[in-house]
Design a protein around this ligand. Structure first.
Ligand SMILES: [Mg+2]
Length: 334
């Protein structure tokens, strides 16, 4: 099945599939007739298979986790800043504000949130596939806490943290071979009570993306749409196609969908032509990651995450290399 590779590749492929249709109308992928109707055909400034900021940031997170031996928020933030300074083709408005405002890692997002009431974009959720793979072996509370800390680097609104935490937990369950949809109640039980009802609404089996009360660039309908796409389809390609066909923030909704669907169905369920086409230029480094590098990254994250989780169970609590230490960021709202 190769689920960890499926999660990382699946998110990248969804991102690339959706990129040409960003901010378009619903049904645009199904209606696409250019290039003979071939999917993953590029457009809108994107090469065929070119992944966007969603996957670029996910790679930066994954490489930080591997190179630092765990979660060091300051290091992740610095990689984000260097990337933003290298003028990527696309960057979320809120993410750009936070990363280019000159404030340190532990103040930038909170300062932005203090003056912007609408800060619950999907920009932290979109980049979570790599960290979800790394922290899965640590178990539910640890992976959800790590998701909150990583989200808080660019998003000061705890609503964004909680959505990313739910995604981490659903991927953890899927990687174990269990049904992530069956785990929704237990995931919601771990959500900050101030945010639980709103997520329960968009994650309910009766919810449909047409019922969204915000544009799907917001974290709630983005996560709800991804879960809807996985719930109402039976394969990886159909899940990400359904996500792109929703319109709006197509690359990100499909990246989130693809991360979860890839964990459910595994790497081999992703069409080979899509895997061959996908590539992730990293403007801050000059490198471009392709299928081989992305699968290696996924395998390394799974292996290192398992080792760290095993080590932490035996740790005395004082080891400076504890991978789950969090430098000054609270895991919860309040
Ligand atoms: Mg994007």
């Amino acid at each position: 099945m190769r689920r960890a590779e499926g999660a990382v590749l699946g998110a990248a492929v969804g991102d690339a599939l959706g990129a040409p249709f960003e901010f378009g109308v619903g049904g645009a992928l199904s209606a696409w007739t250019g290039n003979g109707g071939a999917e993953m055909a590029g457009g809108g400034g994107w090469e065929p298979g070119e992944a966007t900021d969603d996957t670029q940031m996910a790679v930066l997170v994954g490489e930080s986790l591997l190179e630092r031996g765990g979660l060091e928020p300051a290091d992740v933030f610095e990689r984000f800043r260097a990337w933003a300074a290298a003028e990527p083709k696309d960057i979320g408005l809120q993410t750009e504000d936070v990363l280019t405002g000159g404030l340190p890692w532990d103040r930038a997002a909170a300062a932005h949130f203090a003056v912007n009431s609408r800060a619950a974009g999907n920009g932290a959720l979109m980049r979570a596939a790599t960290s979800a793979v790394y922290f899965a072996p640590a178990g539910r509370p640890a992976t959800m806490a790590a998701a909150r800390s990583l989200s808080a680097l660019t998003h000061g609104d705890p609503a964004a943290w909680e959505g990313t935490a739910i995604f981490h937990e659903l991927v953890r369950v899927a990687l174990s071979g269990a049904d992530p949809l069956a785990a929704l109640p237990s995931a919601l039980a771990e959500v900050d009570p101030a945010h639980r009802d709103r997520y329960a609404t968009v994650l309910a089996a009766s919810w449909h993306p047409d019922l969204a009360t915000e544009f799907n660039g917001a974290v709630w309908p983005c996560l709800g749409s991804a879960v809807w796409a996985v719930r109402t389809t039976g394969s990886y390609p159909d899940a990400v196609r359904a996500a792109v066909d929703l319109g709006g923030d197509t690359d990100t909704v499909a990246a989130v969908t693809g991360g979860l669907a890839g964990a459910v169905y595994g790497l081999d369920a992703i069409p080979a032509a899509w895997r061959t086409a996908v590539h992730v230029p990293l403007p801050s480094t000059g490198r471009t990651l392709r299928q081989a590098e992305l699968t290696e990254l996924a395998r390394d994250l799974a292996r290192a995450g398992a080792a760290a989780a095993g080590g932490s169970r035996e740790a005395t609590g004082s080891a400076p290399s504890d991978p789950y230490r969090v430098h000054g960021l609270g895991g919860r709202a309040g």
